[in-house]
Design a protein around this ligand. Sequence first.
Ligand code: RIB
Ligand code: CA
Length: 319
Amino acid sequence: MSESLPVLMDVDTGGDDALALLLAMASPLLDVRGITCVAGNCSLEKVVRNTLALLDAIGAGTTPVAAGMDRPMVAPGLPAPALHGSDGMGDLGLPAPRRKTVEAHAVEFLRKSLSEASEPMTLICLAPLTNISMLLRMYPRIGEKIRRLYVMGGTYAAPGNTTAAAEFNVRYDPEAAAVVLQSGLPVTLYPLDPFIQVGYTREEARALSRAEGAGARIAGGIGLHYCRFFGADFSLIGDAGTVAAVIDPEGATVERRSMHVELAGGATRGATVFDRRIAMQREDEADGWATLDVITGVDAARYRRLMATALGAEGALAD
Ligand code: RIB
Ligand code: CA
């Protein structure tokens, strides 16, 4: 990709959403036109605060931030995962934000941004899909102004994380995920399968936390928080891998598959069921199956380096 790609990002910041924002804001190949917040990793209030505080901390320009939906479409969401800490972003102790959100609700902000754009735009969706599903339902023709949705969510062949069968973003709001993933719009899904491949060691995170750039230092602090939380010597860049796949699609292995979001209650609610049979591909959308592009694997070394380089801290990597 040569010139910068205009994108809109939907987040539930969230330590790894923060990593994704740091990469997107640092990359010359992306032009982040706006950021919308939704409840997920933590309450909407904390997501907004974390997102604004992060942008202040890196001295970001006037990228507009809009607050969106504070709960899922139907059932109450799952409890916020403890792994992101009490503030939802790794308890880094960033100063309270000075900047404010725009007045408009996130759904209205997305509609206006897309409608007024000269060309269809790319959406990078790193959170429960409540904002995006509301957008598609309230403005059925808005899809004509969406170039592609890159969605972090679901599982291809990997187990779930928030339940045995389901990944957090999809399980938090399965109905919203079904609306978006089964919309027929161009979707590239970044499921847990590649999500769990890309990360930094504790030592690399420590080196990042001591780097010159504020973004690198924050990224390192988040990585160290995850290492401490899990008692591990490695932590994932999580959502940032989705952004890396937008910036550098050559580093991702993509298959085109039919899938269905399971909405029924019980153990499999929120599961993304992919038809991985070699001979057959379900295309009957009448049963709620849709065909989309799914990233089944990535070049982890390539994306680790991409992120460290974007943060001006390539020297932090051990290899
Ligand atoms: O399952 C991981 C996803 O859920 C990530 O986007 C994380 O930030 C949470 O939103
Ligand atoms: Ca997220």
